[in-house]
Write a protein that binds this ligand. Structure first.
Ligand code: MN
Length: 508
């Protein structure tokens, strides 16, 4: 929740112009912070922390920011010329995301009346350059936003950064539970979990499926019945599905039980995301009369838990689980939705060639274009080949962005692709939820660039997050970002990969 966090605002000043000037600077800063908070455009509240007039004051504020769990980031603004040597120690210690706001209290120059006193109080034109220099020299990662503080477009850029900063804070306290291991032999979804915690903040633990089954056993019939009834209220379905005598009803019942067990263990462990593996669902002998286990992967549960904000990655894909949680967190309150998706199958159709996005079952209903339909069908993969419940829908049309993180061995690489969702069609013989998109700049270039970059077949998609979110995320994390968009050409993209290889070789 954004309400759990706040963003600190620190105004850079100095005492050269006397105490009166600083009093005015302080009053201007308060007015600006109030103006931003009252704009209705910022998801996270800004808290004004006063002017910083000396190295000691800067360092004290940055240390406090580090130690305050509510503080998700710091905005700095140099009202007057703030000699930047006084920022060195504080910036070196700051461990929270930084936004350097290049703005000014006054908007237009009052040509006829401006005197030196006025100028001294509207000095960010040079004060922010002094500050920018020290950030550049120290290699401080930050976002620079330029614009007047009352301007809506400027406020929106701050809002993007706030959402990412809060998502980043959320991921620093994130536990991902792996029910079962990585799908055997798969490279792209695997990676270095130690490096992930060190670089990206989240922690990944293994949780035996037998532990999950302890929760499964404890789910009551009463709770299961209530959830099944909720499914029937929420989703389209054929009336016969409600007949308790049928095998299909039993499968809906089992799906509800699986969802309750998963939610309970995630809550108990304080986990924000999870992975599953179709080869590990409890006991392996389905004919064992005493067997306790899922009768297929908990697909419906994964769909609904994703919509609730839990990170999810299929086949043990913990990087996608963590990334999806962050995508969901950053998108809170935005209208069109997000999902974990997989490049499923290609549709060659000339200029409209596209990629069908789906999964065995696990697509988040937040992206649905229509009320999802609850259906039960056979799923013949994994340790338990069985009928199983799922939500079926097609996704909204329109532009979006999909993202993935891969482990390149010496670094994490974030790959981001602008895509355009076009109308997907129902798949009567493959009843799963789906999206259909054409990647930017076109199908052939977009897919080739993604493949050249080593991108996964799994990605985290959002209609609402623009590439600016990912730029801010990569900056906070300090990881490589490769963007594939309308301007991408393959020769330039290949060069960027080569140059980045050298950069990260030198950086380590
Ligand atoms: Mn998959």
């Amino acid at each position: 929740m954004f309400s759990e966090y706040e963003i600190w605002w620190v105004t850079g000043a100095q005492l050269l112009y006397g105490g009166d000037a600083v009093v005015k600077v302080d009053a201007h800063s308060r007015e600006m912070v109030d103006g931003l908070n009252n704009s209705g455009r910022l998801p996270v509240k800004i808290v004004y922390k006063g002017t910083a007039n000396s190295s000691r004051e800067v360092t004290d504020i940055m240390r406090s920011a580090n130690n305050d769990n509510r503080c998700a980031g710091v905005i700095t603004w140099m009202h007057t010329f703030s000699p930047a040597k006084m920022w060195i120690h504080g910036l070196q210690q700051l461990s929270k995301p930084l936004l350097h706001f290049h703005t000014q209290y006054n908007a237009e120059i009052p040509w006829d009346t401006m005197d030196m006193d006025f100028m001294n109080l509207n000095q960010s034109a040079h004060g922010d350059r002094e500050f920018g220099h020290i950030c550049a020299r120290l290699g401080i990662r930050r976002k620079v936003v330029v614009g007047h503080w009352t301007d809506a477009a400027t406020q929106d850029r701050i809002a993007v950064w706030q959402r990412v900063a809060a998502g980043w804070a959320d991921s620093q306290d994130m536990l991902i539970l792996r029910f079962g291991d990585q799908m055997n032999n798969v490279a792209v979804t695997d990676g270095d979990k130690v490096e992930a915690e060190s670089q990206l903040g989240y922690h990944v633990d293994y949780c035996p499926v037998s532990k999950l089954m302890d929760y499964f056993k404890k789910v009551t019939d009463e709770d299961t019945k209530a959830l099944v009834d909720e499914y029937f209220r929420l989703y389209e379905h054929k009336p016969e599905l409600e007949d308790p005598a049928t095998e299909e009803y039993k499968k809906v019942w089992n799906a509800a039980k699986a969802e309750l067990a998963l939610r309970a263990i995630l809550k108990d462990k304080g986990a924000k995301g999870f992975t599953t593996n179709f080869d590990d669902l409890g006991t392996h002998d389905i004919n064992d009369p005493h067997f306790i286990g899922f009768d297929q992967i908990p697909g419906l549960a994964s769909q609904r838990l994703m919509a609730e904000g839990y990170g999810f990655g299929a086949e043990g894909d913990w990087k996608s689980a963590a990334l999806y949680r962050t995508v969901w967190f950053m998108s809170q309150g935005l209208p069109k939705g997000c999902s974990f998706l997989e490049d499923y199958t290609l549709n060659f159709d000339g200029a409209n060639s596209s990629i069908l996005q789906a999964h065995m079952l696990e697509v988040c209903p937040l992206i649905a274009a229509q009320r999802p339909r609850l259906e039960v069908h056979f799923l013949g993969i994994g340790v338990r080949k069985s009928l199983t419940a799922r939500l079926v829908f097609t996704s909204k049309e329109g532009p979006g962005v999909t993202a993935t993180v891969v482990d390149m061995g010496n670094r994490f690489r974030l790959i981001v692709n602008d895509v355009n969702c076009i109308a997907s069609k129902p798949l009567p013989k493959l009843p799963v939820a789906s999206a259909l998109w054409i990647p930017e700049p076109d199908f052939a270039t977009g897919a080739a660039a993604w493949i050249l970059a080593g991108g996964t077949h799994h990605s985290c998609f959002s209609y609402d997050l623009t590439p600016e979110y990912w730029e801010d995320y990569a900056e906070m994390a300090g990881i490589e970002m490769l963007r594939i968009d309308a301007k991408t050409t393959i020769p330039e993209f290949k060069d960027r990969i080569r140059w980045n290889d050298v950069y990260y070789l030198l950086k380590k």
